[in-house]
Design a protein around this ligand. Sequence first.
Ligand code: SF4
Length: 137
Amino acid sequence: MDHKTSTWESQYLVPSYTLSNQFVGYVWAAQQIPEYSKVNNFIVDVLLMSPKNDSFFRSSLSMNETILAEWKRGIEVTCAQILRMHYDNFYPMYGKDACTSWNRLCPYFDICSASHGFRQTVMNAQYSKLVWDTAAR
Ligand code: SF4
């Protein structure tokens, strides 16, 4: 189950969730736990926000084996692409949409928008490297 807020409602909102990497991934992950191996439904609650709307509705999504297998293959291929980029030491930029997701500018925008040869200078001047100590969580 997940709870989502949205400022828009359309006949496409809930159907689009069936292709959500997040939701399909939740079901796949649940199935890896032996006692939940048969789980294939996912409930999503949507709270529509004012000023356009303020209603609530619940939907159930069904993920069959074909959907889960295609999702898993997509994750594997994406991982292989990331490893290839790491090997090539080159990470292509696929457009601007991610840079302004969630109505905010990505914190790394100054690096990416600098010319290629100037990026290290921007990194050194504006950013610091922090190591996430997972053991200290
Ligand atoms: S600014 Fe952020 S989202 Fe945009 S290409 Fe750079 S890292 Fe990706």
